[in-house]
Design a protein around this ligand. Sequence first.
Ligand SMILES: *[C@@H]1O[C@H](CO)[C@@H](O)[C@H](O)[C@H]1NC(C)=O
Ligand SMILES: *[C@@H]1O[C@H](CO)[C@@H](O)[C@H](O)[C@H]1NC(C)=O
Ligand SMILES: *[C@@H]1O[C@H](CO)[C@@H](O)[C@H](O)[C@H]1NC(C)=O
Length: 505
Amino acid sequence: MAAFTVAVFVWCVSCCEVCNAREVTNRRSRAATAAADDSTTESSLWLWRGRWRIPHFPLPTFPSTAHGLTCPPPRWPYLSRPRPVGPRHDPHRQGPRHGAPKQIPPPTPTVDPTLRPPPPVSVPPVAEPTPPIGAKGDGNTDDTKAFQDAWTASCNVEASTMVVPANHVFLVGPISFVGEHCQENIILQLDGTVVAPTDPQAWGGEHWLHFDKLSRFTLQGSGTVDGRGSVWWRRSQSEDLNVDLLDVDNDADDGMDSEDADTQAKEEMSSMPRNKPTAMGFDHCLNVTFSGIKIQNSPNFHLTFDHCVGVLVRNMSISSPGDSPDADEIHLGNSQDVTIHDATLACGDDCISIVSGCSNINIHDVHCGPGHGISIGSLGKDHSRACVHNITVRDVDLQGTTNGVRIKSWQSSAVAVRDVAYEHVSGTYTKRPVDLACSDSMPCEEITLSAIDLRPSSQKPPSHDDGPFCWQTFGRLTTPIAPPIDCVQIGRRSSNRIKSGQDSC
Ligand SMILES: *[C@@H]1O[C@H](CO)[C@@H](O)[C@H](O)[C@H]1NC(C)=O
Ligand SMILES: *[C@@H]1O[C@H](CO)[C@@H](O)[C@H](O)[C@H]1NC(C)=O
Ligand SMILES: *[C@@H]1O[C@H](CO)[C@@H](O)[C@H](O)[C@H]1NC(C)=O
């Protein structure tokens, strides 16, 4: 471990890199030579502090014209860099291992990279990875700058991969991965753990990890994103409910006596900023994939998509304690063509919430609970005029959620909700199995429920009037449905009052 300090590195594999390879390798050469002279030298560029060796690689032949490259094939001094002491055998990584000569095959001459950018998962490994970008990965040192630098380097290269290796903990403050001027098909391979600062000074803004204006971007891996939200929850709970701080302290340090813990909790609570950040927020994105990652303990929403088109979220999980306040798990706003499947969601608020301007949303094979269930809304609180349509929720298992299926509209809502299907929704609830509250001015249309099997949870307080509830809900039911639902008005609503609302869809 002595030599190890570097953990985040960018692995660029595009053909553009080939063009730049001469310059890059020259830079590497200088850095390598400098580092070889003194293994503790920090290169300002890469902060690489391992030992450098300079062996020789076989020279692949570059058919320079077949690639349509405007620059001659680079000379390859082939500096091998030391392997990071971090994880090496990552099943998610494609192509050559860092510094392993025989695993760099020659480029495929039949593909013209200028015409057909390779898909992210099968990029021909035409160039060596760029050097690692220094990050400590010790959980205490602020690695925000290393992440930002790694992102900047990835951003410039089509189909590059930024790797956050496993078995390390990276402390990262609020950061934006902005894609506005980036190449496409970038992958962020997150296998390590990323934790949020608990220092109040580190915070500001709405998001912790913000992904903005990305196109054809993939975030994948087996890593964990931990918002360490308990310092924020303590604040809001004590404000809202005036509860004893220590009762809600979910990860109080062991061995700290309770007075100290109390004092510390109070200090943290009073000093955290008012606005709690979202753990991971995507804004204005186009065709992004999110897979494998676990998100936990977000101060606020865990994963949000706003103004996105083409989103795939799969094989992921979110977990926060059931009493974490205001922490929706996945939140969708003004987004279209979103698929969420194979997700395990547990926290203190909505498992998935869908608000104004969302359509073509497909949710299936999701486990939810504890939490509030899968909700459409709240709609119309902000007087927005929009619609929510073509939503499918299928094969969902709810465990002890307050509601089963829910639509929450404000009575004055001008948000038109139509074409929402719930199929094969089963499990337990603590309050109501079905709660479809639509507005008089804008009833919900084409709501279909089929194969619903929701039972009261053993923790449900006995009460008479907590059965299914609907208000201005039109649609149809397909049995079996348990408990029986008789509040949905079968068929369509014959009225032209809703025309104006539909215009905005
Ligand atoms: C799901 O993600 C985990 C990592 O969190 C990975 O090991 C596994 O292979 C993934 N499964 C599928 C089907 O993609
Ligand atoms: C986004 O994905 C859709 C569906 O796969 C595809 O038709 C569209 O061309 C993609 N857009 C971009 C810019 O990649
Ligand atoms: C509804 O959404 C699904 C994706 O969830 C899409 O495949 C389908 O084409 C949409 N239907 C309409 C009528 O837009």
